[in-house]
Write a protein that binds this ligand. Structure first.
Ligand SMILES: Cc1cc2nc3c(=O)[nH]c(=O)nc-3n(C[C@H](O)[C@H](O)[C@H](O)COP(=O)(O)O)c2cc1C
Length: 327
């Protein structure tokens, strides 16, 4: 155990390092919707998600289940780094607004116990929104990503779809509302996203705030400026990935979230970076086009992959452990 960690009521001190590290999991809009309930046995934790606490423009809860899957996989990959083994029991039961996602149970890692090569890379993962170089993916990386359920495509084939999705999103008040809810002017805020993190210039930030004030961009000219920026960045990447699920059930989306996280850590481990572009799947009219063009029946995530010469401009913040505990 890391003795520098602050004790948190109800949490076994041996688990503080792992739980704190796992809070670095990625989440849509950096909303961090996870809630952790320690059980009296001192080794088991219930993981919950509150539907009231999240994204109005996520009607099928796709982002929610993907995010919770990514959170659980972060715990799984981090556990050996803290000499712990973890057993995951998916629950996926809903009571009112509460979704009981899974139970995780920790035990000491047996000497020589099973570890995962990705564990060494999990803490190095972050989203990278810089421009990417043209370096092609290695065949090994492509194979690993395909094995995790990703279809790899040339980004240019999605150019028109992404343009349509971007323009429609900016005209959609619910999309703009979600962005407004999670936008943070304070760079020290514990959740949400800031302009530096999203690589937004002062001019683009001003236009974004205008959209927040109006409810949407309500201007074809502004919609075009935003979509051109998004699409140029996407199509310049050497590859795009579309992750598929078996269906849109909570269990399938949760499983996809776990695979999504493993895909992202796999990319980092191979020396590459990634950046999700969810809008083309969020947008009801463009999602079927993504499915067709990538030959994936149920696409649930889209992201670009490449190499970047620069680290992310700003790291995303996290809420402290005590703020995500349920008693
Ligand atoms: C399901 C899911 C969807 C996401 N969609 C987007 C997206 O469309 N655009 C984007 O820039 N980032 C997207 N992200 C990345 C989050 O914004 C990011 O994980 C969060 O801000 C934390 O930053 P980090 O990944 O660098 O730790 C998504 C993340 C998840 C888990």
């Amino acid at each position: 155990m890391d003795t520098a960690l602050e004790s948190v009521a109800g949490v076994n001190p041996d688990h503080l390092g792992l739980l704190n590290a796992s809070l670095r999991a990625p989440s849509a809009h950096n909303a961090q919707p996870w809630k952790i309930k320690p059980l009296p046995d001192g080794k088991t934790y219930e993981l919950h998600y509150d539907h009231n606490d999240y994204l109005p423009d996520d009607p099928d809860d796709r982002d929610a289940y993907l995010t919770m899957g990514a959170f659980v996989e972060t715990i799984v990959l981090e556990a050996p780094n803290f000499n712990l083994a973890v057993t995951v029991t998916p629950k996926l039961s809903r009571t009112g607004d509460d979704l009981f996602v899974a139970e995780v149970s920790f035990s000491p890692l047996a000497p020589g116990g099973q570890t995962d090569p990705l564990s060494a890379w999990v803490s190095k993962r972050s989203t990278n929104r810089n421009h990417y170089t043209k370096d092609a993916l290695t065949p090994e990386l492509e194979t690993s990503l395909k094995d995790l359920g990703n279809a790899l495509v040339e980004p240019k084939i999605l150019k028109d779809v992404l343009t349509e999705a971007s323009m429609k999103s900016w005209a959609n008040p619910r999309f703009v509302h979600d962005l407004k809810v999670w936008y943070r002017s304070d760079k020290h805020a514990g959740d949400g996203y800031t302009s530096p993190q999203m690589h937004l210039s002062p001019v683009v930030t001003a236009a974004l705030k205008f959209a927040f004030w109006r409810g949407n961009l309500k201007s074809k000219f502004m919609e075009r400026i935003y979509s051109t920026r998004d699409v140029a960045m996407f199509t310049a990447a050497p590859k795009a990935a579309v992750l598929s699920a078996t269906d849109m059930s909570p269990a399938a989306l949760f499983d996809a979230g776990r695979r999504l996280f493993r895909s992202w850590v796999t990319i980092i481990a191979a020396g590459y970076v990634y950046h999700p572009f969810s809008i083309a799947i969020d947008e009801k009219s463009t999602a079927p086009q993504v499915a067709k063009l990538s030959n994936t029946p149920v696409p649930v995530a889209l992201y670009r992959i490449g190499k970047s010469n620069k680290p992310p401009r700003a790291m995303s913040n996290r809420k402290p452990l005590k703020d995500v505990l349920l008693s």
